[in-house]
Design a protein. Structure first.
Length: 367
């Protein structure tokens, strides 16, 4: 049993070594808010909430206000036992609507705190035994330099961002040819296409002998009927991302027969235990599950990796976001041979040590 006495935030800003471009946005920095929750014994846990205007609608100032007002109000002074870990996300969801990234970061900070008290990794406290995970690497949309369209050494699955350029269909064929036969291709249109465009693209790839593992969110988030129509017309599995924030969104998608797989992201659903609920429903409906993330640092990715290790340890997840802000020669990187390695240290402590230099000053709210 312990008591939460302090909630704090700091801006977490890191430059990318390569600009990240999708049909929704272009960015050359990680722009996040780190959340720190401290108990009466002085043990602290950490989480990360990314600024993602075009998906969650969250901004750094909005995340900060949310954490310091309603979320701090829901936590400060609380007596906390280990077996309440699964309840924390409900306390936070009861304090504020939406703000899923702020809630996720705050829940994860509490889970990190509890894991550190238990001297176990976050993944271990969730029951995971996997120590590393398969990971794809994103190839950004609209890359002008063809050499930037090759996978970095070790990676074998490319997630190609499309949707900005009519030449995308040919570009995917070129990427497959350049990358060699062992490379697996996933496509993510980030809502930019319509049914006809998607069907034509898939037919062109199949005619060219390009094997596409899955196509992610080709249509706008609200268009479940369109995704269902696509599933009837193409043989490539359809994965929903922006359409599914909550377990209720997934229920609707299942009812509409709109998905073969779902991409679960902590910043969309509000935290680890909300994500586990989504994964449980997906499995019951025989949908595939992949864990992804927003553009985040190693802190957010360490939490996403812990979730991946619980829900689908054998899957190749979408955990490459932090790769974009880590020097390729950094020997402490969690990315090794195209896999994400989970640190066995307590909680998320290893990731926090590695991003501390990217944090601004802490703003503190106490009980
Ligand atoms: Mg996506």
């Amino acid at each position: 049993m312990t008591r939460i006495v302090e909630v704090a935030t700091a801006r977490l800003i890191r430059p990318l070594h390569t600009p990240f471009v999708t049909a929704l946005r272009r960015t050359d920095h990680v722009l996040s808010v780190a959340v720190r929750v401290t108990d009466a014994d002085g043990v602290a846990g950490y989480g990360e909430a990314p600024q993602i205007w075009r998906v969650t609608g969250e901004s750094m100032p909005g995340i900060e206000e949310c954490v310091h007002a309603p979320l701090a109000g829901a936590l400060l002074g609380r007596e906390l036992t280990d077996d309440q870990a699964a309840e924390v996300h409900r306390w936070l969801a009861g304090a504020v609507a939406a703000n899923t990234g702020a809630r996720a970061a705050t829940e994860i900070a509490v889970l990190d705190l509890l894991a550190r008290r238990a001297e176990r990794s976050l993944a271990a406290t969730l029951g995971a035994t996997a120590t590393e995970l398969g990971c794809d690497l994103t190839i950004a949309a609209q890359v002008d330099d063809p050499s930037a369209e090759l996978l970095a050494p070790g990676f074998t699955t490319a997630k190609v961002k499309v949707g900005l350029d009519p030449a995308d269909v040919a570009r995917v064929i070129r990427i497959q040819e350049q990358s060699g036969e062992g490379t697996r291709i996933r496509i993510d249109a980030n809502q930019a296409w319509d049914v006809a465009t998607t069907v034509a693209a898939v037919e062109a790839w199949q005619a060219a002998g390009v094997g596409v593992d899955l196509i992610e969110q080709p249509l706008p988030f609200w268009d479940l009927a369109g995704h269902a129509e696509l599933r009837r017309r193409i043989s490539v599995p359809v994965m929903l991302d922006e359409s599914v924030f909550s377990v209720h969104d997934l229920e609707r998608a299942i009812d509409a027969e709109a998905a073969d797989l779902v991409n679960i992201k902590l910043a969309k659903c509000g935290g680890v235990h909300a994500a586990l609920d989504i994964a449980r429903l997906a499995r019951k409906a025989e949908l595939g599950v992949m864990v992804g993330s927003m553009m985040e640092s190693e802190l957010g990715l360490a939490a996403a990796a812990a979730l991946s290790a619980v829900v689908a340890p054998q899957e190749t997840h979408d955990l490459d976001a932090a790769w974009w802000s880590i020097d390729p020669d950094d020997t402490g990187s969690p990315y090794r041979d195209g896999r994400f390695v989970i640190s066995p240290t307590a909680g998320l402590s290893r990731a926090v040590e590695r991003i501390e230099g990217s944090l601004g000053p802490w703003r503190v709210t106490t009980a």
